[in-house]
Write a protein that binds this ligand. Structure first.
Ligand SMILES: Cc1cc2nc3c(=O)[nH]c(=O)nc-3n(C[C@H](O)[C@H](O)[C@H](O)COP(=O)(O)OP(=O)(O)OC[C@H]3O[C@@H](n4cnc5c(N)ncnc54)[C@H](O)[C@@H]3O)c2cc1C
Length: 478
């Protein structure tokens, strides 16, 4: 703790967004970096608490990758940025991803959040890694020796990437198989560019390739390549295929044209931005349309921001839950993640938000195109309130109601692998081992739909488990 009185002298100050009217004209990131002195002042607010709830080691609250937050806050306060990135990288392979898209459970757990003024941990994290890239301090870390062991990883999202980087640095030969044309999973094709510019992923792919990771893109394991072949050609494989099966809304009229899952819509725009040859059977665009987004989470927000940038006439977001309280009861919630009203940058750009709403049916025109949603208000037990029926005009409906499980067809089916009660791949967090011999799993495929930071944690921990299995012991952090 560099400055004992920092938290008493300095008020919280965080990154701001570029004005909505400017940022919706393109898909660029819009966070405005804090100046160096401001960052150092903000870091000085960290109290280095006796129990650092921000990186709770049990992983129940605070930072899931156990970032040593007080340590690097102190280093930033002192201007020791190079040491700060060394410390940050010791727990997180990709802080530039989490520094941009993490909801920051660390800030919810910060002791200063008791008075609603947590340390700006996420902005400081992002500044450390951005400065490190800018100053050329991040290099490939090639292993000194080869173990002669060979590992295959299916899926190149944050879980697969983190596992691959940990394992290649331990001297193993690592092959990553990805069905898409580019690496990154939902970082690449789900999260819009305005939240995470894809150059951040490209830079890591270059680093990892130089470290020795061999990427095989455009290969759908279980479809283009039998999973048995992958198993036979590696000493161990890790399944990091994410949770790709979307939750549907099978109500009357679901088949009208213009009703799509969020993940049919969002990847198209990311691919357009990334210059990927589009092989879509139909372009799904919000331009000139009244858009209704069903689902109030992150994915729903991304649909809003993308629709607005495409030039939607209106965007309405429907949420079945009642509006959460505007402020949490700290005594009941801190240091856990609180349920409270949050407004995302995309919602701020001009969406109408409706709570406690259930969609009962879709109505279309004679040509089979969606025209209206028939909705009803629900009470706190989600029971329809009679007489509260209403309808909303819609030319495009985006279903963003979350993901139920990994896709079973293909790879998992061929493996006949054991699943848990939610249909995720069954494995515990001690050894990440599945029911199939030499097969491990990590990330959303094991855990169910989650967060980037949890995927990185699982990738790292799974890498430790695989390394230990192959070598008898592992020096990789868990
Ligand atoms: C639209 C959207 C926005 C989100 N926004 C945020 C956010 O702001 N912050 C946050 O923390 N989290 C966010 N999330 C959640 C986060 O992206 C995921 O939790 C995280 O990416 C999971 O990582 P993963 O590596 O387990 O899986 P994924 O990122 O899903 O990667 C899995 C990869 O495996 C590949 N794959 C699957 N099966 C096969 C196969 N058989 N053969 C070859 N390849 C295969 C897929 O193509 C994919 O590339 C968002 C999710 C969505 C959908």
């Amino acid at each position: 703790m560099g400055k004992v009185t920092g938290f008493l002298e300095v008020d919280r100050q965080d990154r701001k967004y570029r004005p909505a009217a400017d940022r919706v004209r393109n898909y660029n990131e819009f966070l405005i970096e804090l100046p160096e002195q401001t960052l150092r002042d903000q870091a000085s607010r960290c109290m280095d608490c006796g129990i650092p709830f921000c990186h709770d080691v049990k992983g129940l609250k605070g930072c899931p990758v156990n970032n040593q937050i007080p340590d690097w806050n102190d280093l930033v306060y002192r201007g020791e940025w190079k040491e700060a990135i060394r410390d940050l990288h010791s727990t997180n392979n990709f802080p530039e991803f989490t520094g941009r898209v993490c909801p920051a459970p660390c800030e919810a757990s910060c002791t200063l959040n008791i008075t609603d003024s947590p340390v700006t941990i996420k902005s400081i994290e992002c500044a450390i890694v951005d400065k490190a890239w800018k100053n050329g301090w991040i290099h490939p870390q090639k292993p000194a020796n080869s173990t002669g062991k060979n590992i295959g990883i299916v899926g190149s999202g944050p879980a697969g990437m983190a596992a691959a980087q940990q394992l290649v640095r331990s001297g193993h030969e690592v092959h990553v198989y990805e069905k898409n044309q580019k690496i990154g999973g939902l970082l690449r094709y789900g999260i819009p560019d305005f939240k995470l510019d894809k150059s951040h992923i490209d830079r890591r792919v270059v680093q990892m390739s130089e470290e020795g990771v061999i990427f095989h893109t455009g290969i759908h394991v279980g479809v283009d390549l039998p999973v048995k072949k992958v198993i036979d050609s590696h000493d161990a494989i890790i399944l990091a295929g994410g949770a790709e099966a979307p939750r549907n809304l099978p109500i009357q009229g679901r088949n009208f044209n213009g009703i799509h899952f969020a993940m049919d819509f969002l990847p198209q725009q990311n691919k357009r931005n990334g210059g990927e040859q589009s092989e879509f059977s139909e372009d799904i665009l919000a331009t000139g349309k009244n858009v209704v987004v069903i689902g109030g989470g992150d994915t729903g927000s991304d649909c809003i921001g993308t629709s607005i940038r495409q030039g939607a006439v209106s965007v309405t977001q429907l949420e079945i839950m009642p509006p959460p309280p505007s402020k949490e009861n700290k005594l009941a919630t801190w240091p856990n993640w609180p349920l409270k009203m949050r407004t995302s940058s995309s919602q701020e750009e001009g969406a109408e938000r409706e709570f406690s709403v259930m969609t009962q049916s879709f109505e279309g025109d004679i040509d089979g195109n969606i025209k209206k949603l028939h909705c009803i208000k629900v009470d706190k037990d989600f029971k329809p309130i009679s007489g509260s029926e209403f309808h909303i005009k819609a030319d495009l409906v985006l279903i963003a109601m979350g993901f139920v499980s990994p896709s079973y067809d293909g790879m998992l089916e061929e493996l006949n692998i054991d699943l848990d009660e939610k249909n995720n791949v069954l494995a515990n967090t001690i050894d990440y081992k599945t029911s199939c011999s030499t097969v491990w799993t990590a990330g959303d495929m094991r855990r169910g739909q989650s967060l980037v930071v949890w995927a990185i944690r699982e990738g790292r921990q799974c890498a430790h488990a695989v390394d230990k299995f192959l070598m008898g012991k592992s020096f990789l952090p868990r």
